[in-house]
Structure formats: C-alpha cells, structure tokens
Design a protein around this ligand. Structure first.
Ligand SMILES: [Zn+2]
Ligand SMILES: [Zn+2]
Length: 371
C-alpha cells in the first residue's frame, strides 16, 4: 500500500474534483492506456488498472467520502489492484462513447460487439480459383467466372421491409440497438450496456418483411463476372475485384472477390518470373561448324545463330522474348539451352568420313571392318 499513488493523482485531479471532472479525467486516462490500444504493453496495462481502481472509488459518492477522510484505509480492503482485472465489460457505459469514435475495436467486452449489430459492416471477401493457359497468363486475357454471393435484396434495397413499408425505430433502445442496465458491483452501482432484447440489437423492427429476402435484406445470387487477367500473371497470384464480394450490412461496403490464378504448364517453355527457358537439340556437326536454327518463342519461331565450336549445354539469350512483369510491364528474356546429339545409324560413307576425321585429329576410334 505504501507505494500506491493517490487516486486523485492517478487521474491527474485535485482533491475536491467534481463528479463530472472525475469522469472526464478517467475517460482521458483510460483512453490513453487502454490495453486494446497498447497490446502487450505492461506499463499501460498497469496504468489502466490503476485508473480503474481510482475511478471505482472516486465515482462512488460513499467510497469517495470515506477515501477523502481516511485515505486508502477508508476503502474496501478487497478493493486492491486487480479488482477490475479483465472485467472491462463493467465499464461498458464509459467505453461505449470512447470507443465509438474509433470505429469499433475488437475484443472489448460486449460493447463493440453489440454496437456492431446496428453499425455498418463490410461484407466478406470471396475466393475463387481460375485456371488459365500458359499463353493466357503471358499475354493477359479476359475470363468469365461464376460465383454465388450475398447481394443486397433488389426489392427492398436491403431494408428487409415489404415494398411500401418502412422499418420502425425500436422504441426500447431508440434505434441504438443497445440498452443500459444497472448492476451492483463492489464499487456501488455501475451501468453496463447490452444488446436490446426487443430488436435483438438491430435498432429497428420490421413489421412486414420483404417476401423476396424474408426480411433479411440480402439474397444469395449467382453472378457471372468478366475478369481481366493482366499480362504476366504467374501461377499462384491473385486478381482482386474490389466490391464484388458479399454485400455489406447496414450500408457497409461489399467485400472483394479474390481470384486465385492457376497457370497450366507449357510443353515448350519453363518459366521463372519474367524469364522463359527452352531446350533445343543440335547435331555435333552443326555445333562444330556453326548453323542457324529456329527456336520457339511466345510470339512464334525466331532464328538463332549458333556459332561454330558451340559446346553442349551452351545457353543463348533472346532479349525481351520473355513474359512481361505483371507490375512493370517490362519483358524478361528467353534462354535457349542447346544439347548436342551424337549421330546414330550412320551409312557407310558417313562412317568413312568420320573415320577420316578421327585419323586427321589423331583420335583413337574402334577399328571398323572393311566392307
Ligand atoms: Zn428484400
Ligand atoms: Zn431495440
């Protein structure tokens, strides 16, 4: 107890502060150090507990007067740090308006959950897979995808009311979706908020539901969407269609449609990022003497000059014959690997010539029997 800070000091107040000043000071401190705003910050959490404790006493006229007279000794001995530990829901009435301005923090007591019932909510995003060919990925394409999604009901425009009728604002909660109840706690009577039982937290009551959506305001619908796939997209990448997911609730925006692209492999090309790889064969004579060959590219065959003395496994680069980078549009290169092939099934004349070549080079070869 010795190192406990004075309750007024904790809230930055002078002794004799009014009820209103205490409430305001507490809101300010609690807002500064609420654990939801400082996840994992032990100092903030300790300050928050300290502020809760101070407010618990100073907001209760009876405890306050005892504290004013007798200090810590005047207040409930059970009322020590941690008395409020984790039970933030009891402070719902105070935090309702603090957190209202933050647009809804998750995980805070019942307050944000229940405010979310009548607050605008974004629709869920949907995911769909789409398989395209290697060339479609390289050049880009347009594809139809069929999805089932939640759309706003076209007949009631999402209100859930039959045409010509309107929802009634709930008289119990006056449209807020929440009601305040009083509760006895160790600190006296505390107010707390919960979802309105009359309207289930929606804030409005529908008397004659829309027959199309049975009052839900939304329908499940089959949709065919034309998706533009950018040139250069790669296997496993995603195309997002903003606002094409499920409809939002209470006027919130729709979610997105995420199209996961699967690219069928090519029998000709291997792809790594923006670069393409192909392998081609040459006879050792072509490689020895040099030649010009045709190699496949995405834009059709092109000539490639093979210089004399080319070794097996040599790689040639065709600049700009790769795939465009999906973001920059800059094209990669195509790499051509040549594999030399040993001639088979030679006729007599060919064998004689090779024998002669071996003799000239002084190379030892298997002696052929004279025909
Ligand atoms: Zn409807
Ligand atoms: Zn209500």
């Amino acid at each position: 107890m010795a190192d406990k800070r004075d309750y007024y000091e904790v809230l930055g107040l002078q002794k004799g502060a009014t009820e209103d000043e205490i409430k305001k000071a507490y809101r300010r401190v609690a807002k500064e150090c609420h654990p939801d705003l400082h996840p994992g910050d032990k100092a903030a959490e300790a300050r928050f507990k300290e502020a809760n404790e101070a407010y618990g006493v100073l907001s209760d006229p009876e405890k306050k007067s005892k504290y004013d007279q007798f200090g810590f000794a005047g207040v409930d001995p059970n009322f020590s740090a941690g008395g409020f530990n984790g039970d933030f829901g009891d402070l719902g009435d105070i935090f309702g308006d603090i957190f209202g301005g933050f647009g809804g923090f998750g995980g805070f007591g019942g307050q944000t959950r229940q405010a979310g019932r009548s607050a605008p909510r974004r629709g869920e995003s949907l995911r769909v897979r789409l398989t395209i060919s290697f060339e479609e990925a390289a050049f880009g394409c347009k594809k139809d995808v069929n999805i089932t999604r939640v759309d706003q009901c076209p007949d009631c425009k999402g209100t859930g009311c039959a045409p010509g009728t309107a929802p009634e604002t709930c008289p119990d909660c006056r449209g807020t979706g929440s009601v305040t109840t009083q509760r006895r706690t160790p600190f006296g009577i505390m107010q707390s908020s919960g979802p309105c039982p009359k309207c289930g937290g929606a804030g409005k009551i529908v008397h004659s539901p829309c027959p199309t959506c049975r009052g839900s305001g939304s329908i499940r619908a089959q949709r065919k969407l034309n998706v533009s796939i950018p040139a250069g997209i790669d296997d496993g990448e995603t195309v997002s269609l903003r606002g094409q997911g499920n409809a939002g609730a209470n006027g919130g925006p729709a979610g997105d449609l995420l199209v996961l692209i699967q690219v069928r492999p090519s029998p000709t090309f291997q792809r790594e990022g923006a670069n393409l790889y192909v392998t081609t064969s040459l006879s050792f004579v072509q490689a020895a003497l040099g030649t010009e060959i045709q190699v496949p590219t995405l834009e059709g065959p092109v000539s490639l000059n093979i210089p004399e003395g080319t070794q097996t496994g040599s790689v040639f680069r065709l600049r700009g014959k790769g795939v465009p980078n999906v973001r920059t549009g800059l094209k990669g290169d195509q790499f051509v690997t040549v594999n030399l092939q040993t001639p088979k099934n030679l006729n007599r004349r060919q064998k004689e010539l090779l024998q002669e070549l071996a003799d000239l080079s002084g190379e030892k070869v298997k002696k052929r029997r004279k025909l």
